[in-house]
Design a protein around this ligand. Structure first.
Ligand SMILES: Cc1cc2nc3c(=O)[nH]c(=O)nc-3n(C[C@H](O)[C@H](O)[C@H](O)COP(=O)(O)O)c2cc1C
Length: 315
C-alpha cells in the first residue's frame, strides 16, 4: 500500500512500530524492518551513548529493503542526555527521529543537516502547526486511545483536524490493533499509523513474560490512567497492585506541589521513583505490577513473533 509515509521512508506498509520506553529493542526493530515496516527505539532505552551507538550500528547492518529504523528523543529538559544522543544519531545516521515532549527546533536543524527525517509527536493543532513551521517532515497525532502519555482528542477528531490543516503528512498514534483500524485511520486522513502496545506481547520484546502475558489476559476495559508513575497521567493495566497504590498523587505530594520552591523537587523525585517502579515491573519478577499499555491490547490474544503481529496488522 502506497502512502506519503511509505514514500518518505521507502517502506512496504504505512506502519511504524512505535518507540516504547523499556520495551523496544534492536531485535524488535530488526524484525519490523524484515516485515516491511519501520521501527523506532527510545534513545533513553540505552544507559550510555556508547550503547546507543552500538544499537545504531547493528541496525544499519540489519537494515533490509522495505524497512526503516529510527530513534525517539525526549527533547525537553527532563532528558539530560538529549544533546549527546542527538550528536550520536547525527554522526551515525538513521532514517528518522521521533521527537516528544518539547520543541523539536534543534533536532530538526541538526538531523536535517545529517539527512535524517524528523517526525514530531503532537496532541493538538496549535503544536502541530508549530512543528510544521519548524520544518518537521511529518506530525505524529497522539490521540486519546494511545498507550503511555496519551492525547485528549479521539483518533477521528485529531486525525481529521490535522490532516485538513497541515501540508505535512499526519501519522495516527493510538488505538490501532488490527487491519480495520489502520483502514479507519487512513480514511480519517492519516498517511500511516504508529503502533506500540500490540508489540509488547512479542517474543522479541525486552520485558518479562508476566508483562507480556498481562497484555494477553487483560483488555481495553482494564486500562486506566495513573499519575503515580511520572506525575503526568499515563495509561497502565489495572492490576491489583495498581488498585492498592491508587492512581492519584498523594495528599503529601499535592501539598508539596503547592509550594513553588519545592514543586520542582517533588516532580523530580516522583518521576524517578515512578520510573524505577516501572522498570522493575517490566524487567524483574515482582508483585509490584505497574505495567504501561494502551487499550489496543484488546486485540492481543497470544505472545507472537513481531512478524506475525505485523502480518495481522497489514494483511
Ligand atoms: C509501554 C509504552 C512505552 C512508551 N514509551 C514511549 C517513549 O519512550 N517515548 C514516546 O515518545 N512514546 C512512548 N510511548 C507511546 C508510543 O510511542 C505510541 O505513541 C503509542 O504506543 C501508540 O498507542 P498504542 O499503544 O495504542 O499503539 C509508549 C507507549 C507504551 C505503551
Amino acid at each position: 500500500m502506497q502512502t506519503k509515509l511509505t514514500e518518505l521512508l521507502d517502506i512496504k506498509h504505512p506502519v511504524i512500530q512505535a518507540p516504547m520506553f523499556l520495551v523496544s529493542n534492536v531485535a524488535m526493530v530488526t524484525e519490523a524492518m524484515k516485515s516491511g515496516i519501520a521501527g523506532c527505539i527510545p534513545a533513553l532505552n540505552y544507559r550510555t551513548l556508547e550503547e546507543l551507538r552500538d544499537a545504531i550500528q547493528t541496525l544499519k547492518k540489519n537494515k533490509v529493503e522495505g524497512g526503516a529504523f529510527g530513534f525517539n528523543l525526549i527533547v525537553n529538559k527532563s532528558n539530560v542526555k538529549y544533546k549527546g544522543q542527538l550528536e550520536v544519531l547525527c554522526e551515525e545516521g538513521c532514517d528518522f527521529i521521533i521527537t516528544s515532549l518539547g520543541s523539536p527546533e534543534e533536532t530538526i536543524k541538526q538531523a536535517h543537516a545529517a539527512g535524517i527525517k524528523v517526525f514530531c509527536d503532537v496532541t493538538d493543532l496549535k503544536f502541530a502547526k508549530k512543528v510544521e513551521h519548524l520544518g518537521a517532515d511529518a506530525a505524529i497525532a497522539v490521540n486519546n486511545e494511545a498507550g503511555g502519555h496519551r492525547g485528549n482528542l479521539s483518533p477521528k477528531e485529531l486525525t481529521n483536524q490535522l490532516s485538513k490543516a497541515l501540508e505535512i503528512p499526519v501519522i495516527s498514534a493510538g488505538g490501532v490493533g488490527c487491519k480495520a483500524d489502520i483502514d479507519k485511520m487512513l480514511s480519517y486522513g492519516a498517511e500511516g499509523v504508529s503502533v506500540g502496545s500490540p508489540f509488547i506481547a512479542s517474543i522479541e520484546a525486552g520485558v518479562t513474560e508476566e508483562y507480556k502475558q498481562a497484555c494477553v489476559e487483560y483488555g481495553a476495559k482494564d486500562i486506566i490512567m495513573t499519575e503515580r508513575i511520572s506525575g503526568t497521567p499515563c495509561t497502565v493495566i489495572n492490576t491489583p497492585y495498581v488498585q492498592k497504590i491508587g492512581t492519584k498523587a498523594t495528599w503529601l505530594e499535592n501539598l508539596l506541589n503547592k509550594n513553588k520552591s519545592l514543586k520542582k523537587w517533588v516532580k523530580m523525585i516522583r518521576f524517578s521513583i515512578g520510573m524505577k517502579a516501572t522498570e522493575n515491573a517490566a524487567k524483574k519478577a515482582t508483585y509490584k505490577t505497574v505495567w504501561v499499555a494502551g487499550p489496543s491490547i484488546e486485540h492481543t490474544h497470544k505472545i507472537l513473533p513481531v512478524k506475525a503481529i505485523v502480518d495481522k496488522l497489514v494483511y
